[in-house]
Design a protein around this ligand. Structure first.
Ligand code: ATP
Length: 518
């Protein structure tokens, strides 16, 4: 078995080698935490976006989609709290000159202490065997208690420091915990500073503060400010949702883990407007619906889990993440948040415009509550890449890399391959392309031995290879090779369209995610 670190490295180099992801401006040595999607990546990303859009918008009669601008009036970000509070505390090590998020350093230190407590429990479980009472042990063993008390103490000290915005105290915690820089190994730290994650630029030719605008750090605000426009022109009745996909920008302090944390990324968000008091019902509905959507990808039920937030953001009354088991562990893939009426109320306050809904059922006007689902398209892409990537040893001892994407998501759905590049076979292949290209992304190529072409399509995850041989010219049949089983069967050319429609179209995946069929 390959270890996870090597697996992750292989996925990154495979992504580049086969045209999924390139570093941005690579010929200039790249730009940190910015990536470009290549010819295969752009197709896969588009399929993921379509899958999300169709299941959220098209399959819910009470959800509509918009496409709002990246630039917004600067007051938007005052109202949303991003100008004042969208900060991360940063600290530098003076010896290595490396920059860290102070909160991450402290949180990692705390989890190391908790891991020690868990280790004690594990050892005891082995020692006591079946009679072991874990709860009792955790509550009574002095060493476990001591570790956890220490972790709790650091956490509450840190929480208090953040709430009071006492950055000196945050630094003191790092000193007191004797946290060292993993690169230099020293405790030679700078002051802690707050760092706003929004990118700003100037609009127009005058450079003064009034012209400062921001690149949006989330797509959600474009939905909030259009709430009434959409509600009125679409004659929407509560509960209803507004969805959109689009770029967001965050000047992340520490950008690591490939496309997991980028400075320019794409979000897919949906804000669901509900009657106050019903938000918990809808929060649970969306938690379940979104989890079902992820599970429809067929990766089994161990790959995703909920992480309920105990500490809530100031605007939320409930929040959970859907975490995915990435090669570097379980990490946030999607957030589901009950945001109350915080955002709309703030926009009312800052704009002086009423953002209310008249509910005919109860004869009352109110500012709706919002439940949002927010997923990063690039993180979803990374999840799919890590799950699909398989290195296999075949029966004849040779090996292959195969991207086992769900068929409907594969960049190319079928490769039409003339066995030889002569005798009318390439023309026949072209005919088949012309038959299928209206419904599906198909490709043809004649160069190289057929075995080599199969391998190349395995490596980009093409579900079917359709081979045109001499028999085709006589019987109008082709061989159809399945990517996963590598089995081949002979089928009539006229059946190809149906076979593809039934197995590689998005609708099969959509039905599964809606729970219509399993
Ligand atoms: P994290 O804690 O990982 O920084 P977050 O809690 O700040 O994420 P949200 O603000 O809830 O993230 O954004 C919603 C989604 O957008 C996340 O679940 C994630 O999939 C995606 N996302 C956020 N920041 C980034 C980023 N820098 N690069 C790629 N995707 C991101």
């Amino acid at each position: 078995m390959m270890n996870q670190e090597d697996l992750f490295k292989n996925i990154i180099s495979h992504s580049k080698e086969y045209g999924f992801i390139f570093q941005s401006s690579e010929i200039y040595d790249g730009l940190s935490a910015v990536y470009d999607y290549g010819q295969m990546g752009a197709e896969l990303k588009k399929n993921l976006r379509d899958f999300w859009w169709k299941s959220m918008v098209q399959m819910h009669q009470n959800i509509v989609g918009i496409d709002s601008a990246i630039f917004m009036h600067p007051t938007t970000w005052k109202a949303s709290g991003h100008v004042d509070a969208f900060n991360d505390p940063l600290i530098d090590n003076k010896d290595s000159k490396k920059r860290y998020r102070a909160d991450v350093l402290i949180e990692e230190h705390v989890s190391k202490i908790r891991a020690k407590a868990d280790k004690e429990v594990e050892k005891a479980a082995k020692r006591f065997g079946e009679t072991f009472d874990e709860t009792m042990y955790r509550q009574t063993n002095p060493r476990v208690l001591e570790y956890n008390a220490k972790a709790d103490e650091i956490e509450s000290r840190f929480k208090a420091a953040l709430e009071e915005n006492q950055l000196d105290e945050v630094r003191q915690i790092i000193i007191d915990c004797e946290i060292v820089c993993p690169i230099s190994g020293t405790k030679n730290w700078t002051e802690v500073r707050q760092f706003n994650l929004m990118f700003s630029t100037q609009m127009g030719s005058l450079s003064d503060d009034a012209n400062t605008i921001y690149l949006r750090p989330e797509t959600a605000q474009g939905i909030f400010v259009n709430f009434l426009n959409v509600q009125k022109t679409g004659r929407m009745k509560i509960p209803f949702g507004i969805a959109q996909t689009g770029k967001a920008f965050r000047n992340e302090i520490v950008a690591r883990q490939f496309i997991f944390r980028m400075r320019e990324f794409e979000q897919m968000e949906m804000q669901f407007f509900v009657r106050p008091g019903t938000e918990m019902t809808w929060y649970n509905y969306w938690k379940n619906t979104r989890m079902k959507w992820h599970r429809a990808l067929g990766f089994g039920d161990k790959k995703h889990k909920f992480h309920d937030h105990l500490k809530l953001a100031h605007y939320a009354n409930a929040a959970a993440d859907i975490e995915f088991d990435f090669p570097f562990g379980f990490k946030e893939l999607e957030g589901i948040h009950s945001r109350t009426d915080f955002d709309l109320k703030k926009h009312e306050e800052f704009s002086g415009k009423k953002l209310q809904y008249f509910d005919p059922e109860i004869n009352e006007s109110y500012v709706p509550y919002v439940v949002e689902t927010s997923i990063g398209l690039d993180r979803l892409f990374l999840a799919i890449m890590s799950e699909a990537y398989k290195e296999e040893t075949l029966a004849d001892g040779s090996s292959r890399v195969v991207m086992k994407f769900p068929f409907a998501l594969a960049p190319i759905k079928a490769a039409i391959l003339p066995l030889v590049n002569k005798d009318g076979l390439p023309e026949k292949a072209e005919e088949i392309v012309n038959l299928l290209k209206f419904d599906h992304n198909v490709a043809t190529e004649a160069k190289d031995a057929i075995g080599k072409r199969y391998r190349r399509h395995d490596a980009i995850g093409t579900p079917y290879c359709i081979t045109v041989d001499y028999e085709t010219m006589e019987t109008n049949t082709v061989t159809l090779r399945n990517r996963d089983t590598m089995e081949q069967e002979r089928v009539n050319i006229e059946d190809l369209k149906n076979i593809l429609n039934n197995t590689v179209s998005l609708s099969s995946l959509l039905e599964k995610s809606a729970g219509l069929s399993e």
